[in-house]
Design a protein around this ligand. Sequence first.
Ligand code: PLP
Length: 390
Amino acid sequence: MIAHKTLLCLCPLLDRIGSMQRKTCYFDNAATTLISPQALRTYEETALMHMANPSASYAAGRESHRLLESARASVAEVLGVKSSNIFFTSGATESIGIVMSSLLWAKTPGEVLISAIEHEAVGAWAAILKEKGWTVRTIPARGGFIRPETLEGMLTKSTRLVAVMAVNNVLGTIQDMKGLSEVIRRKESEFGRRIFLFSDSVQALGKTDFTPGRLDIDGASFSGHKIHGPRGVGILYLSTPRIQVLSHGGGQEGGVRGGTENLPAIAALAVACRQLADRNTSHIVQMNRLIRDGLSGTDKTVLSPEHDTTPYILSIATHLPSEVALRMLQDKGYLVSSGSACSNNARGKAESVYRACGFDRYASGALRISFSHDNTLEEAQGLLEALREL
Ligand code: PLP
């Protein structure tokens, strides 16, 4: 039996577990979320009713184009920015790649500063940029936070880009993006040249009050499947579209991302974005608190800090290797992760984040619990008991 009403038919993994007649509760929502029924319906309706290419000049094409622009306006409204700053992509990885690869156009390599807790989608660019002669330096993240004063001490006249994720996908820590952008703008006037502040904001959307314009960020990435939208669609926010891209095509998305737009997924993503406003965060806070408080006084350690951390992500450590604990929890019907399940080497990557934050001795036994509105308090109570029994 599956706990979520809708999971049974939609998720083969859970379905398989379900066929073993075990109640399965999904607590890995930072890895991916279940598409909402409204987003799914919009996807289907758009695929069937608006099949014309948005670039086609006949009426049906113009109608698809109108829908595309209305989705863009919806997303822009949710992010508190202008429509002209929103570009649709195939996901956060592509959004990140568009920004990072644009550096390769520079006539002379400069310096980039990348936080110690970035997702692989950003981290992988460090090696490429180094090979191309760039200096890549790591901004420390003790306790999971990047301090503006630490960044200030690291910025030099050669710094071209700073990458700091808005919410960490392993610990849930929320960065002081406003503080970081203020430091950058101050240094820009001192050095007399622009520094691009990029923020991988995949885990911030829907999990914090996140508006890139107000935070004075130059670029940000988002992903549909993390907010109950479809997979294979993402957003790139750019404060100015004057970015030199490596990949070229039919000029769609203002030339930032060529290729026929994935209209059904984009329309469904816009619906998922609009639904974020209806989400009840206090329910998530309650589940998080239940597990936090329930583990205190046990041999399990809560790693996610209490302050400046989204309640949607809770990292804990047990005395068992994380793979063993994961398997035991799965056998009891609870799916959690050992870190960032969206990376090929999920465990290794999560371990490096825990180490960068100063949690070395917990790194190999850490687990990430990530909540969604589909989870119930009853499920959270069950997970707590399963954790206690480990
Ligand atoms: N950045 C973060 C923080 C993530 O958690 C993920 C997760 O998968 C990604 C980037 C990659 O997103 P996508 O799957 O849309 O490429």
